[in-house]
Every structure is written in C-alpha cells, then in structure tokens.
Design a protein. Sequence first.
Length: 164
Amino acid sequence: MATGTANIWTYPRRVRDPLLAGAGLLMLLLVVAFGRHLNQPAVALSPWMIVHLCAILPAIPIGAVMLLRPKGDRLHRLLGRIWAALMLIAAITSFGIHAVTGHLSPIHILSVITLVAVPRAIWDARNGRIARHRRTMTIVYASLVIAGYFTLIPTRLLGHFLFG
C-alpha cells in the first residue's frame, strides 16, 4: 500500500509532456466534435455510447492531473480510484457499443488491455510494486489517448461529428 505522505516523483518530461499535449489536443478536438454534433440533431447516441462517453470525458483530464501531481498521498489514491472506475466503465461499455454497431473494431483490443491492466496496477500498488504500477497506469492512459484519436477517424461517429 502507498505510504501516508506524498512523494515528489513525477514522470520524466520526455514521457509526460507529449502525453499531456496529446491529451490536451484530444480534449480540444472532442469539444469541437460535440459542439458540431449539437448542430446535427439527427444523429442519436445509444445509451451505451452515452455512458461510455460520460466515463471517458472526465477520465482524460483526471489522468492528466494524476501525471502532473505528486504521487502517493490521499488525493492521489482518491483520484486514482475514480479514474480506475471510469476506465473500467469505459472498457465494459465499449462492448455494448459493439452491440449497437454490429461489429468489434481494433480499438476493442485496448478495452481488453484496460480490463486486465487496471486491476493489475491496483494490485501492484497495494503490494508495493510502485514502479510497475506507474508503468502500467501510464500505458493505460496512453491507450486512452490513442483510442481517442482513433475515434476521430472520419468513418467513425465522433469523426463524423468533427469532420461532418
């Protein structure tokens, strides 16, 4: 289990900064896509998609905050629990979207990775394998950002919202 006091360990800038820049750009593109969707009311979202997006959208900035702030304190553990729950909800609901669209896509591989990696990373943190926990959570966050960009491909729903 993590210690009671926060440590000052942060991610190396060469890992953290590009990941945060990518996440920031992704959030901007998603805001633009949803803004444009408001002008296209004929496109309806399924309940699976709504729950999925409601989990993903806060997970992106919470993950960014987790990368930036000190690790190991109470706030880190609280935000980590919230982020992990959001990621698990997003991964599970992605398979419900499959039921709507009728097919699985390669992005679903990232959902499987998330369903395996998040519980493992929590286990690692509770058992003192902090370096492994950090590495796994960074990979899951990077997967979230990468998957977000794949959803902006013009043939996908969010890409349709963004590009028309």
